[in-house]
Design a protein around this ligand. Structure first.
Ligand code: F0G
Length: 461
């Protein structure tokens, strides 16, 4: 694969944070002490942290300046008004409930709309989203197109909803049992794959006809807008801001983990169009997060979030460079024939662990084992996104066996340089050459919920 040169970033560096690469012996000790789960590594034992793009980005000087303008009043902080204004201006939603992060919004949304026996269709599950749906008594139903499960398939919009699957669900259970469609932008577990505007318009038409709401998971909606601009015919000359407005106008509300595309270290919100639902959401947020004008956040966090939302959506170069960095890493790895999910998505490169470690069965946790090996090889921390993340079926207690068994190399926003990406690619190449020697794992501790965070393993002998 030809390497596309990476254009210089649209920012310069004003503050630096020293990092240290532990020796191989230290890394071997650290990963064993962490039970071969990269989530359990202390970050000072990590050289490059590609675990997640969640809350790990670098804020701009304008956002940092906003921290000093935090109005820490318990009620009615001016920073909340700024956030409301930003969400209304950029996304068109009038009602905003701040939450400490994305899952806080998912919790409130699920309590608000899901009753026991409900079905919630979505374009592939996300871990916290599905768990909140299940805890509210609902059942997630996957309605993403089949191409999303084919790691090699080059479909440009693998995040699309399959309208036939959705229609079949509506026909089988009845629209009364479907409170909303959960539409995720840049589908995380599929590899950061976007939906197209065309697909969203068709979905809107279908849902309006059946009186079903669409709730957007807007966590990576800026990246989704970028892919519509660059991949979908007719949108090349549109600004990210105008695409954001159009996407959101076709939905009834959103949950947002602002730790991603809104460029902050902490924060989230639930946004709604319906004023009655908003009243109910306000009643719930005071129980679980905090008053409806702070939602578990400090005034300064609300300010950074409002500024981050504007920054991410008014300077199109920011998201363009971010996605180019991801693609550069993907192209470097492809030069070494490392098997990857195609096409490259918005926030991360996903290694296809089923093909990388073809000698391991899925219940030997190939992606978990590969993430541990990558750390031992290089000090680079990545994340498992396979059978461990998928968890167990609450009815049968069996593992879910997801079609995709992946290791995610996630790029924090505005943090690493091209040299860091080259280092990562070269070390994974070394590992790929000796992949036959990598052993599987056995799970020796399994927490009840979201097991991938805290599960512990040992190598199979
Ligand atoms: N929705 C999506 C698509 C996400 O990727 C995440 C978080 C959430 C919701 C929940 O948001 O973490 O703020 O509570 N994803 C992180 C990740 C954890 O690493 O992919 P949160």
């Amino acid at each position: 694969m030809k390497l596309t040169p990476l254009a210089p970033p649209p920012y310069k560096i004003k503050a630096v944070e020293p990092i240290y690469c532990p020796s191989r012996e230290e890394r071997l000790r650290s990963i064993a002490a962490a039970g071969y789960n990269t989530f359990l590594l202390p970050s000072n034992e990590v050289y490059l942290d590609l675990l997640t793009d969640s809350g790990t980005g670098a804020m701009s000087d304008y956002q940092w300046a906003g921290l000093m303008e935090g109005d820490e009043a318990y009620a009615g902080s001016v920073n909340f008004a700024h956030l409301e204004e930003a969400v209304h201006d950029i996304m068109g939603y009038r009602c905003v409930v701040p939450t400490h992060q994305g899952r806080g919004a998912e919790h409130i949304l699920s309590k608000l709309l899901i009753k026991p026996g409900h079905y919630i269709p979505g374009n592939m599950y996300f871990t916290t989203t599905r768990l909140h749906q299940e805890l509210a008594g609902g059942m997630f139903v996957d309605v993403i197109i089949d191409e999303a499960y084919q790691a090699q398939n080059e479909h440009p919009f693998k995040g699309n909803v399959d309208l036939e699957k959705l229609a079949y669900l509506v026909q089988s259970v009845g629209k009364e049992k479907i409170p909303y469609v959960n539409l995720q932008a840049c589908v995380n577990m599929a590899g950061g794959q976007p939906f197209s505007m065309e697909n969203l318009c068709t979905l809107r038409e279908f849902c309006s006809r059946h009186e079903i709401k669409i709730i957007l998971d807007a966590t990576r909606v800026v990246e989704n807008a970028h892919f519509i601009k660059t991949r979908e015919k007719g949108y090349q000359n549109r600004s990210i801001l105008s695409l954001m407005r159009e996407i959101c106008s076709l939905t009834d509300g959103c949950t947002m983990s602002a730790k991603k595309d809104a460029l902050v270290n902490i924060g989230g919100f639930l946004a709604l169009r319906d004023a009655e639902l908003y009243e109910e959401a306000k009643a719930l947020v005071v129980i679980y997060e905090g008053l409806h004008t702070y939602g578990g956040l400090a005034g300064r966090d609300l300010e950074a979030m409002a500024r981050g939302l504007y920054e991410a959506t008014t300077d199109d170069a920011i998201v363009a460079h971010r996605v180019q960095q991801v693609h550069y890493l993907g192209e470097r790895l492809s030069q070494f024939d490392v098997p990857l999910v195609r096409p490259f998505g918005g926030h991360a490169i996903f290694i296809d662990a089923k093909r990388f470690l073809a000698h391991l069965a899925q219940d030997q946790f190939p992606a978990e084992a590969l993430a541990a090996e990558i750390y031992t090889e290089s000090g680079v921390r990545t994340m498992e996104r396979g059978i461990v993340s998928a968890g167990r079926d609450p009815k049968t207690g069996d593992h879910y066996y997801p079609a995709l068994e992946l290791v995610r190399l996630t790029l924090p926003r505005r943090v690493y340089t091209q040299e860091h990406l080259d280092y990562t690619a070269e070390h994974i190449e070394h590992l790929f050459k000796r992949r036959d020697l990598i052993k599987g794992l056995r799970m020796i501790y399994e927490p009840k919920y979201l097991r991938f965070f805290q599960a512990r393993f040992e190598p199979l002998t």
